[in-house]
Design a protein around this ligand. Structure first.
Ligand code: SF4
Length: 282
C-alpha cells in the first residue's frame, strides 16, 4: 500500500456538536454514509452538525471494488424511515440535506418510491431546506428516475465515480453510459432540477481521461461536480494507485469551471456530499 502523503490529513475533532449528531441518529436508528463508508471527513462534518443520510438500510445489493458499504441481502425498507429522516433534518437544523441510499436492485422500483416519500416528508417538515438526493442508477429505469424527480428535489446527484476504462475493475455491475444517460434524462425531463456528479481520482486514470469524463458529464447536462482522492477502505478493496497532488486537483477545478460547470469542488478530501451547501449556488 502506498504511504499517505502529508496533504491527506483529517481532523479528529470530537466535541459536543459531534455528540449531538450522533445522538439524534442513534435515537432514530438512522444510518449515514459518513459512517458506513468510513468517510475521512466524518469528524469535521458531524462537528458542523451535518451528515449524509443513508436510507433503505446499510446492506448494498452490489459489490463495487472501492466501496466500504457492506454488500449482502438487505432488509425490507422501514416504512417509518422517511418520517425519521425528516424529523432528524429538522432537529439538526440543516439548511441543505443530502440523502442517499445503498443500491437496492432487489426492489421493483430500485427504492425510488422511498426517495420520493422522504423528499415529500422533508419538504413538509422543513419547507425551506434544500434537498439533494444522491441516487443509484435504478438500472436505467426511467420511471424510477421520474418518480424521484416528481417529488421535487433541488439537486439530483448521481456519481460517475471513475473513468470509463476502469469500470470493469472498479464498478463491474454499473455502466458508464447508463450513468451519463441518467443525468441527461434528468436534465431533459426536469431542466430546473440541478444535476451533480462526482468522481474519485488516484485509481490509475490519466489526466486526459479525467478531462474526457468531465467533458462527458458536461455533455450530459451536469451542473455541479466534485472530485476527490480515492482512499482504499482495506487491503481487500481496489488499491490506491496514486496520491494525486493538490495542484492537479486545482487544475481539474479550473478546467471544470471553464467547461461550464456551475461550481466544482476538487481537492484531496472532497467527497460527493462534502460541504454540499457551500458548493450549491442557485
Ligand atoms: S463528506 Fe459527506 S459522507 Fe463524508 S462525513 Fe461529510 S457529509 Fe458525511
Amino acid at each position: 500500500m502506498l504511504k499517505k502523503p502529508d496533504w491527506i490529513k483529517t481532523t479528529l475533532l470530537a466535541g459536543p456538536k459531534r455528540k449531538f449528531v450522533d445522538n439524534i441518529l442513534k435515537d432514530a436508528g438512522l444510518h449515514t454514509v459518513c459512517q458506513e463508508a468510513s468517510c475521512p471527513n466524518m469528524c469535521e462534518c458531524y462537528s458542523k452538525k451535518t451528515a449524509t443520510f443513508l436510507i433503505m438500510g446499510n446492506r448494498c445489493t452490489r459489490n463495487c471494488a472501492f466501496c466500504n458499504v457492506h454488500s449482502g441481502k438487505p432488509l425490507a425498507p422501514d416504512p417509518a424511515e422517511p418520517a425519521k429522516v425528516a424529523d432528524a433534518i429538522k432537529k439538526l437544523g440543516l439548511k441543505h440535506a443530502v440523502i442517499t441510499s445503498v443500491t437496492r436492485d432487489d426492489l421493483e422500483d430500485g427504492g425510488a418510491s422511498c426517495f420520493a416519500q422522504t423528499i415529500t416528508l422533508v419538504r413538509k417538515n422543513t419547507p425551506g431546506v434544500i434537498i439533494e438526493v444522491l441516487i443509484p442508477d435504478f438500472k436505467g429505469e426511467e420511471g424510477a428516475l421520474v418518480s424521484v424527480l416528481k417529488a421535487g428535489p433541488h439537486v439530483l446527484n448521481h456519481n460517475i465515480e471513475t473513468i470509463l476504462r476502469l469500470y470493469p475493475q472498479v464498478r463491474p455491475t454499473a455502466d458508464y453510459g447508463r450513468s451519463l444517460k441518467l443525468l441527461l434524462r434528468s436534465k431533459s425531463l426536469y431542466p430546473s432540477v440541478n444535476t451533480k456528479s462526482g468522481l474519485m481520482v488516484g485509481m490509475g486514470e490519466s489526466e486526459e481521461e479525467v478531462l474526457e469524463t468531465l467533458g462527458d458529464l458536461r455533455m450530459s447536462g451536469c451542473d455541479y461536480l466534485t472530485i476527490g482522492q480515492y482512499l482504499t477502505p482495506s487491503r481487500e478493496h481496489y488499491p490506491v494507485k496514486e496520491y494525486v497532488h493538490p495542484s492537479i486537483f486545482e487544475r481539474y477545478r479550473k478546467r471544470g469551471l471553464e467547461m461550464g460547470f456551475k461550481n466544482v469542488a476538487s481537492a484531496p478530501l472532497v467527497r460527493s456530499s462534502y460541504q454540499a451547501e457551500a458548493l450549491f449556488i442557485e
